[in-house]
Design a protein around this ligand. Structure first.
Ligand code: KG4
Length: 333
């Protein structure tokens, strides 16, 4: 079964063709990151406009790369939330039109389910159940994945996402957007104990997280140093931030896996590309005898292949949308 999948929830426009859920025939991506870099973050209106500009050409590219023509498409899939509403609407409306024109079923896909599914592409043997740590620019959550389409949130950030924390601190440090990767480069060789940064204390669900206090404390630390004319050890500060973020994520992922009785842990999302987080997860899983799956870097960020992959399992479970499909800025997993 060939699924033509679209993703436009943030600043990447993506179109891909995926066969039977796991075989990626093409994965065309147009990133807008350079466009938003001068503003230090994604400008939603610009994102929507750029999606409109490229989505048709990207579809042709995805079909050509896959070596198939329109009649070979069996279904159309699209991310319908969560994300930037204007950006999502471009993909949803385009996918609706394509499905209607081809007379094929339309499959709605949750963006984070897609991020988790990126691992099915990379690891053919991976099957649920497992514990997923989803960390991106807009979300940070622990998900109990009982089946391909049966999952629930165990804990999530109560404020900023881990990626948002990296991006905003990076901006104040004068690093380019998106800031996660440049922060990682800056942190190389730094002393991660040099700057003791605050850890959030969460009342209630101990699997919930919080990153806004860490973000604000770090930004204040930088501004204070600048105002007093003190020099900062930027590399050690970046390393300390990475350690603080990872210190929230890895232990909670272990706790969540233990509580659910899962022996497998899967990471997903753009922040899962972070070397410190990857190595902390590796160590923690090794100590507990858990299997760990870390997506290859090119599948951590937003892409269409992950949507096409998850769409196959949604299709098998009976998910279908019609022309009334809407986009949602927030959406339960
Ligand atoms: O999953 P993604 O591409 O988009 C969303 O759906 O949000 O994630 C983007 C986020 C950005 O915040 C970016 O700074 C972060 O992933 N990121 C990283 C790294 N690479 C990307 N954060 C930390 N370390 C990295 N190496």
């Amino acid at each position: 079964m060939n699924i033509l999948a679209f993703e436009s929830s943030c600043d990447e426009t993506a179109a891909a063709v995926v066969r039977d859920g796991r075989q990626v025939l093409s994965d065309a991506i147009a990133s807008q990151a350079d466009m938003h870099a001068i503003y230090g973050g994604v400008v939603p209106e610009i994102a929507s406009r750029k999606h409109v500009e490229v989505i048709a050409a990207l579809t042709d590219q995805a079909l050509a790369q896959a070596g198939i023509s329109k009649p070979d498409i069996d279904a159309v899939a699209v991310t319908y939330g969560p994300g930037l509403i204007g950006a999502l609407l471009v993909g949803v409306n385009f996918a609706k039109s394509v499905a209607y024109a081809l007379g094929k079923p339309l499959i709605p896909v949750h963006h984070l389910r897609g991020h988790i599914a990126a691992n099915y592409i990379a690891f053919p043997s991976l099957e649920p159940p497992f514990l997923a740590l989803c960390v991106s620019g807009g979300n940070s959550m622990l998900v109990d994945v009982r089946g391909y389409t049966d999952m629930s949130i165990l804990g999530a950030t109560r404020d900023d996402a881990a990626g948002e924390c990296f991006d905003k601190i990076a901006r104040v440090l004068g690093l380019p957007y998106p800031g996660g990767r440049p922060m990682q480069e800056l942190a190389r060789g730094g002393d991660d104990t040099k700057y003791p940064l605050p850890r959030a204390k969460i009342a209630g669900n101990d699997l919930d997280m919080s990153f806004s206090g860490l973000k604000t404390a770090t930004v204040n630390l930088i501004h204070n140093a600048q105002q007093k004319g003190e020099s900062l050890d930027r590399s050690s500060l970046a390393a300390s931030v990475e350690a603080a973020v990872s210190g929230e994520l890895a232990p909670r992922a272990m706790l969540a896996a233990e509580r659910c009785g899962h022996h497998t842990v899967v990471a997903a999302g753009g922040v899962a590309a972070n070397e410190r987080i990857r190595s902390d997860l590796e160590r923690a899983c090794r100590e507990r005898g858990l299997r760990l799956f870390l997506p290859p870097l090119k599948l951590c960020g937003d892409n269409g292949a992950m949507i096409g992959c998850q769409a196959y399992y949604e299709y098998l479970a009976g998910a279908r949308a019609d022309s009334s499909l809407n986009a949602y800025a927030t959406l339960e997993i």
